[in-house]
Design a protein around this ligand. Structure first.
Ligand code: RIB
Ligand code: CA
Length: 306
């Protein structure tokens, strides 16, 4: 059983990843931490609470940073995930409230309490993770691993020609996390672009899981419309779900070990770059994926939900 915390900016594919984690029999979801990106941080917190409420899971949510470490705050990408984060689904206020403790403190405490067992899966900008590393020098030692949806080594970017969106939105934080060594795993565009879900897949999920799968199907219309407009694809990449699946099924991903840095300025800002001469310890970057197996896990396990 993997003890998991997802650091998230929900977000349509974030919702898919969170519902997948709720459904997965080999994941114990210990909580969610929230971050800006697809939406603002307060919206991310509201949406995270709402998803847990819909799924009937009583797990804590800790609100994270509202701005990048160094860059100024930015306006979220409403054209990708909708003004409220879930496509055309209107906003709704959950009953539950977030913890008093902020995301970085919660992550540090949970890593201490579950020393050697906690897997952290960030699927948004890496600000909270960098803050946790800066606040607690033992954070990296205490976690089992940090499995990140982010970056691109050879695939090119999705927000600029060079950068993947989660890294682009806080490159300084991502560069801090790149210093974390062999417990750090990047599940980036090199693999997530290989895993595509089409409208028929979401229809199949909704047929087997009418309430929660149906919610994902409704969100997916907006997301796939964006993919059609920008990439001419009638389907979407399973970015955030792929990172969660990499936490329990690492054997489905082929990894390259190399020291990594993040460009923090100019037109390459947000690019993840090999840094052989940096003196940094190597991290793991996923370069190949058994895409059909990942997609089947996603479809089969979501179908377990009501
Ligand atoms: O580049 C893909 C990532 O950007 C995903 O995490 C998606 O949710 C967006 O935040
Ligand atoms: Ca995300």
């Amino acid at each position: 059983m993997v003890k998991l915390i997802i650091d998230t900016d929900p977000g349509i594919d974030d919702a898919m990843a969170i519902f997948y984690a709720v459904a997965a029999p080999d994941i114990e979801l210990l909580g969610l931490t929230t971050i800006f990106g697809n939406v603002t941080t307060p919206m991310a917190t509201r949406n995270a609470l709402r998803l847990l409420e819909a799924a009937g899971l009583d797990a804590p949510v800790a609100q994270g940073a509202e701005a990048p470490l160094v860059l100024p705050p930015f306006t979220p990408s409403a054209h990708v995930h909708g003004a409220e984060g879930f496509g055309d689904i209107p906003a709704a206020d959950p009953k539950a409230k977030p913890l008093e403790e902020d995301a970085a403190d919660f992550l540090c405490r949970m890593a201490r309490e579950h020393k050697g067992e906690l897997v952290v899966c960030p699927v948004g900008p890496l600000t909270n993770i960098a803050l946790a590393m800066q606040r607690d020098p033992d954070f990296i030692e205490n976690v089992k691993s940090i499995v990140i949806m982010g970056g691109s080594l050879e695939e090119g970017g999705n927000i600029t020609p060079h950068a993947e969106a989660n890294i682009y939105h806080d490159p300084h934080a991502a560069d801090v996390v790149c210093s974390g060594g062999d417990k750090v795993v990047f599940v980036g565009l090199d693999v997530t672009h290989r895993i595509l879900c089409v409208p028929e897949d979401f229809a199949a999920i909704a047929a087997r899981s009418p309430r929660l799968g149906g919610m994902l199907q409704e969100m997916s219309h907006f997301y796939i419309k964006f993919y059609l407009e920008v990439a001419g694809l009638n389907g979407c990449s399973l970015h955030d779900p792929a990172a969660v699946i990499a936490c329990t099924h690492p054997e489905l991903f082929g990894k390259r070990q190399l020291p990594l840095r993040v460009s923090c300025e100019g037109e390459t800002s947000g690019a993840t770059l090999a840094a052989e001469d940096s003196g940094r310890a190597p991290v793991n970057v996923c370069m190949t994926v058994e895409a059909d197996a990942v997609k089947n896990l996603f479809l089969e396990r979501l179908a377990l939900l009501p």
